[in-house]
Design a protein around this ligand. Structure first.
Ligand code: MN
Length: 203
């Protein structure tokens, strides 16, 4: 791949519960077309693409008549797979990213490493009981399910902390925006980086 080639991938993943089709351009401009059947989730993925500077098409037919769980989790899996495919061997890539994302009264911190060793660390204040919180009809806990699935398939060491928040829509939105901004840093190609950004020689 030449230094200027746009990194991109397409993944289609079909199970008995969902059919997820994703087209991803990592070196994009923030354009997106998202239809998951869950309007709040569409809102999150649209702003994720915008702030990661990805071009992103996501089409999902999921069993949302059951609940939103399979659709959100399987979209996270497929998006992670598309990202892994698009960034390939990570040659010349910055690798790490971190961002403090403020949204009104909410502050979220994201730190991540395209390590190839998937792990999600999620922290939120003890008073934030995600099991009880919703943004519209979107259960807040599904945010964590999305992150876990995405981190697993993208090979990310991913730390997400809600430092404080008192509004569920802001909380979830700050997580998606902070994730996007940290990824945007990490996937940048730095001309000073020769080869794979690890002393081990692989990631
Ligand atoms: Mn919003």
């Amino acid at each position: 791949m030449s230094a200027k080639a746009k990194r991109s991938a397409q993944v289609r993943r079909i199970t008995g519960e969902t059919d997820v089709a994703i087209k991803l351009v990592v070196d994009g401009g923030g354009r997106s077309a998202i239809t998951t059947g869950i309007p709040f989730f569409d809102h999150m993925l649209t702003l994720f693409a915008k702030h990661a500077l990805f071009d992103l098409d996501v089409k999902v037919k999921g069993d949302i008549q059951v609940d939103f769980h399979h659709t959100v989790e399987d979209t996270g899996i497929t998006l992670g797979q598309a990202l892994t495919k698009a960034i390939g061997d990570k040659k010349g890539m910055v690798r790490y990213g971190n961002f403090h994302l403020p949204m009104d009264e909410t502050l979220v911190r994201v730190a991540l490493d395209f390590s190839g060793r998937p792990l999600l660390v999620w922290r939120a204040p003890k008073t934030t009981n995600l099991d009880r919180l919703r943004a519209g009809d979107f259960p807040a806990q599904l945010t964590v399910e999305f992150l876990r699935a995405f981190a697993q398939e993208a090979g990310l060491t991913l730390h997400v902390e809600v430092l404080y928040s008192s509004e569920t829509h802001h909380l979830i939105e700050a997580v998606f925006k902070g994730l996007a901004r940290a990824i945007e840093q990490a996937v940048r190609r730095d001309p000073r980086v020769t080869g794979i950004p690890s002393t081990k020689g692989m990631l």
